[in-house]
Design a protein around this ligand. Sequence first.
Ligand code: NAP
Ligand code: HSE
Length: 425
Amino acid sequence: MNIGILGLGTVGGGVVNVLNKNQSEIARRSGASIQVTHAAVRDINQDRICPTDDLQLTQDPFEIVNNTNIDIVLELMGGTGLAKELVETAIKNGKHVITANKALIATHGNELLALAKDNNVHLLFEAAVAGGIPILKSLEQGLSANKIEMLAGIINGTGNFILTEMRDKGRDFADVLKEAQALGYAEADPTFDVEGIDAAHKLAILASIAFGCELQFDKVSTEGISKIEGEDVTFATELGYSIKHLGIAKQIDGKMQMRVHPTLIPKTRLLANVDGVMNAVLVKGNAVGPTLYYGAGAGDEATASAVIADLVDIIKGTVSDDILGWQSFETMPHQTVDEIESIFYLRLLATDKPGVLADITTVFAKHNISVEAVIQKQIDAQNNAHIAIITNQVKTGEINAAVNEIQKNDFIQETVKIIHVETLD
Ligand code: NAP
Ligand code: HSE
């Protein structure tokens, strides 16, 4: 099997290094000797993290997807423009394609998978979700007996790395982001990591495989990590929670919900203790119950591990014709954001005067919201009370309506902060 790689950066370089390092194990497991013969890069003179002596380098990626001697193309460039054109060309030329590009799969996966099926080739993307964790293979194979009820995961390594460093070392956001970029964790456009877009891409892929429906990236409700402030971390800690950036997908009464947002999780949960670049995905099946998958969410060799696992599957011939079972599934209906039920954390800055808490709870009562926990910090120099509240489980539409009403009071001094809470029971 001759392999051509599009992109020899963090992931592409990692693939070449792992293929060299674990040559005999990979040959034993795949039953074949794997040769990476060609690689396309933007700048042929740039230093690489892997040896290139045995590779034919080109600055024209079409040379690879049109090369009749290449059997499998690894798309490790990123982006959804040129990358899509190259993947389509490779598929039409009868080549199997493996990609780590979640943006491409989340936004164009339905049509690309159909094209692969029509051309009788495979399009695999284990590395697109949760770096080195074989979560797609676990869903497709290990959990195939289950109806998946929900999944929740820390699925962006950069975001988790930033949150951990800020919390544990008090480091500055921008400074940690720069380090994540230097380590090769971040996307080419790091706002994808910070604003939750990368996690939303991954969640759309996870949900479609878990629930057996088409990819619906446009239905993911997405919030990034930039809204988390130090005071929220302090309150969360006092209330017994950690704040994590979670992707959550649930199937409730035949409707699906997909959301990515900062989330308070009880400190006792395993997910609350997943730190740094590590990712973890909790999957609940109706037969197996809760299962948890943990590992490096980004980085060269960890991601290469997932790319090469797909390569071994193709070479061994162990990929089914319709690996995801998608071809027979329709678009699954969605809950609207207002319908989604959750527990909420609210943080309020209110003038310290009699009746403030009574006024707040009166609005809650009107919307059928009850208070599970409340903390009020000492009054600050401006005579304001810092208040954190944990509610019961309530529809998002109700909490938003209640907060809008509370916000109108003169005693509220800044925008009320709302963060989801998940007990992950
Ligand atoms: P990267 O380090 O920036 O590498 C991208 C590679 O693509 C570079 O070698 C670049 O060439 C090459 N390239 C870009 N545009 C090109 C063009 N027009 N023609 C030829 N070559 C081109 O990116 P990466 O971190 O490896 O990410 C690659 C893909 O994997 C992305 O889809 C990303 O989302 C995904 N991914 C990354 C990670 C991770 O930990 N980094 C994990 C999972 C998935 P030059 O080197 O010459 O610039
Ligand atoms: N930028 C991504 C992350 C790479 O940090 O999780 C892995 O998909």
